[in-house]
Design a binder for this molecule. Structure first.
Ligand code: 5AD
Ligand code: SF4
Length: 442
């Protein structure tokens, strides 16, 4: 009998990828993915621990699931992801109806864990095992994966950087890169199933290093896969932007002109306190080289405001850096102390000050984003059609710069790249029409 699995995914793209792989691992146990939580035999929360109140959000979600469990005692409830890793058994102590706690490095053990659940026992695994979990996980599949023209591919996991605010080195462990041959095989396999764009994922993806392969070499080799049209990668650290990786942006046509390169702050003293191991100047030099290699590159970043010790002058330095870079897109957050990280015990900046700084920074970033988008109006861009839009007859695609583009097109065109004339810039997307006069090459 098939059982139904409902997975709720929080956080980053790596969790999206992991959720698919967990579903794949449980397929062998007779589970099939459902979009309807009410009919599930197992509910898995794939959690994120990166910012504030992550654990509290998981506990309140578990609270909401209580009536379902009460109505169906056979329902299995599992917590996966970084909150599972960080909290471990504490989850079951606080919420005894939880049956399964599984950390990100143990997903390949899910089949055994499910077998244990079926005997009525609980299963907990938050080890960092020696073996490579991806070796033991079936390939991503399922109807959802086979229809989408874009896919994520985890090439590297974990982080050795130990930024003073960040839980990732503790929840995801040390940096581990997957063998290039396997990744190339997985890419070919994805393309066979209709994927035309692959985003290479890693917490520190540009630190990828496996048997002499760098990320640049992997990208260059992957670009040779017939049928694969676009390659992206995220997230990178400024110190790992090698000359070769920068050059690849000018040389590898399939590598899209978009770089997410978090800097967190524009102040050298804050960067030092954050243990980022680079200065603002060094970061800006990397971007300068990127723009030399690929003048139209769209830049993206992450910022934290109100890090312990951040003065008004430090914050002004962040604004000045943004003014200089003019990001196409960026993410910004108020600092929140994460248990177990070096910065957690330091004196916190006043909440009102954090809010005010965040509002000022976001106003600037939004204006720059609008400016970058407006500059596309009138151009013809190659757009990868990804899925139906909200309106009748509408499809949503992506420009090379990762902007969403809305246009009228036939649903059977999903998965193709077409030239689109950009007509208007909206809040978080562009609107365009199919261009019949050009090839759309950029
Ligand atoms: N507080 C606020 N933001 C954080 N980030 C990571 N840890 C914290 C924290 N403790 C942000 C960083 C990172 C992004 C993924 O989340 O900007 O790049
Ligand atoms: Fe966290 Fe990124 Fe710093 Fe690693 S490099 S510790 S993942 S913020």
């Amino acid at each position: 009998m098939t059982k139904k699995l409902f997975v709720k995914t929080y956080g980053c793209q790596m969790n999206v990828y992991d959720s698919e792989r967990m579903a794949g691992a449980l397929e062998g146990q007779g589970y099939e993915v459902t979009e309807d939580q009410a009919e599930a035999d197992m509910i898995l929360l794939n959690t994120c621990h990166i910012r504030e109140k992550a654990a509290e959000k998981v506990y309140s979600e578990l609270g909401r699931l209580k009536p379902l469990k009460a109505a169906n005692p056979d329902l299995k409830i599992g917590v996966a992801g970084c909150v599972a890793q960080a909290e471990g058994e504490e989850i079951i102590r606080r919420q005894p109806m939880v049956d399964l706690v599984v950390g990100p490095q143990a997903y390949h053990r899910l089949p055994e864990m499910d077998a244990k659940l079926q005997t009525g026992a609980r299963a907990i695994d938050t080890e960092f095992p020696e073996e490579d979990k991806f070796e033991h996980l079936p390939k991503a599949r399922g109807p959802k994966a086979s229809r989408a023209p874009t896919a994520f591919l985890t090439v590297q996991e974990g982080c050795d950087k130990f930024c003073a605010f960040c839980v990732v080195p503790y929840t995801r462990g040390a940096e581990v890169s997957r063998p290039a041959e396997r990744l190339l095989a997985e890419a070919r396999d994805l393309v066979e199933r209709g994927v035309v764009e692959i985003t290479l994922l890693g917490q520190n993806v540009n630190a990828y290093e496996a048997d002499g392969w760098s990320l640049a070499r992997l990208i260059r080799e992957m670009a040779k896969v017939d049928g694969l049209e676009r390659i992206r990668f995220t997230t990178s650290h400024p110190n790992d932007m090698s000359e070769d990786l920068i050059a690849a942006h000018g040389e590898v046509e399939k590598l899209m002109p978009y770089l997410h390169l978090p800097v967190q702050s524009g102040s050298d003293s804050v960067l030092k306190a954050m243990n980022r191991k680079h200065t603002a100047e060094k970061y800006l030099r990397v971007l300068e080289k990127m723009r030399e290699a690929r003048p139209d590159i769209a830049l993206s970043g992450d910022f934290i405001v109100g890090f312990p010790g951040e003065s008004d002058a430090d914050f002004e330095a962040t604004l000045a850096l943004c003014e200089e870079v003019r990001y196409a897109q960026a993410y910004s957050f108020k600092y929140s102390p994460r248990p177990g990280t070096p910065a957690a015990g330091r004196e916190d900046v006043d909440e009102a000050v954090k809010s005010e700084r965040l509002a000022r920074l976001q106003a600037m970033l939004t204006a720059h984003q609008a400016e970058f988008q407006a500059a596309q109006v009138g151009k013809v861009l190659p757009v990868l059609l990804e899925k139906p839009g909200r309106l009748e007859g509408q499809l949503v695609g992506r420009s090379p710069y990762l902007q969403a583009v809305h246009l009228q097109a036939d649903p059977s065109d999903v998965g193709t790249i077409i030239p689109v004339k950009i007509m208007a810039s909206e809040k978080n997307s562009l609107a365009g029409v199919r261009d019949t006069t050009t090839s759309g090459a950029i």
